[in-house]
Design a protein around this ligand. Sequence first.
Ligand code: NDP
Length: 241
Amino acid sequence: MRTALVTGGGRGIGAAICKRLAEDGYRIIATYCKSSKMAEMVVDEIRNSGQDAVAVNCDVTDSREVALLATHPWVSEEIEVLVLNHGRYDRIQAIELDLEQLRRTMSTNFEGAFLVWKAIQPTLTRDARICVIGSQLGTRGSSKGADYSASKAALATWARSLAQAVAPKGQRVNVIAPGFVDTDILAGDSVEKRASREEEVPLKRLGTPDDIASTVSFLCGEESAYVTGAVIHVNGGLYLP
Ligand code: NDP
């Protein structure tokens, strides 16, 4: 049985990735931190569609919880796809950022991803695919998220380093850098702000979680067999590095 593990799989982009990979034939482990009910809904939806899934509680900043995740029977068997999707974005002004806030963001977005990979890597298959959800801000930076941008830059560079290290084994590691995606991250936007975001995007719409999920599906499939160490920008033309 092919198994995919998605961190932060209970809502937003992570939930869409879980459902898409289930459609692709994977059994799904969806981890969540706080959104237990939403994660259970994702699991129910996948099971109702005939595929198997389980929700597992794991705060990625807690090394004991990550170690526990690695002991789950499905993880102990074999993991073919690992999607490091979880993330936090607190929109702190760069000038006001303090050390505690910086550490909190780095601990979740960067170290959390590292911890999960480290714990799971003994059970990754020889040809495992690892997808890391970065951000356009990891390249362009943001005055309202120096911590977030730095954490996503670190994540992308780590992932590209890992891609080079594990390629001889046959494993592939890629980064997806979304632009504006319509999830809870943008839920605080006013109607005007949302309209201005849509206007800013050359394709004239926000991205959907499914836009990201379909890219994950591609990066986990045979069609992308020669793609590794890439950063794929999925942003409607918003930012062209
Ligand atoms: P959401 O805010 O909707 O979801 C965030 C996810 O991260 C939730 O599943 C949450 O789990 C999980 N999470 C947060 N903290 C932790 C933690 N300590 N341990 C485990 N899981 C945690 O965000 P999106 O779905 O929009 O974002 C998904 C990814 O895409 C993130 O990495 C984000 O940075 C990135 N991204 C999003 C963009 C957007 O415009 N939406 C743009 C660029 C990048 P729970 O709810 O269970 O606590």
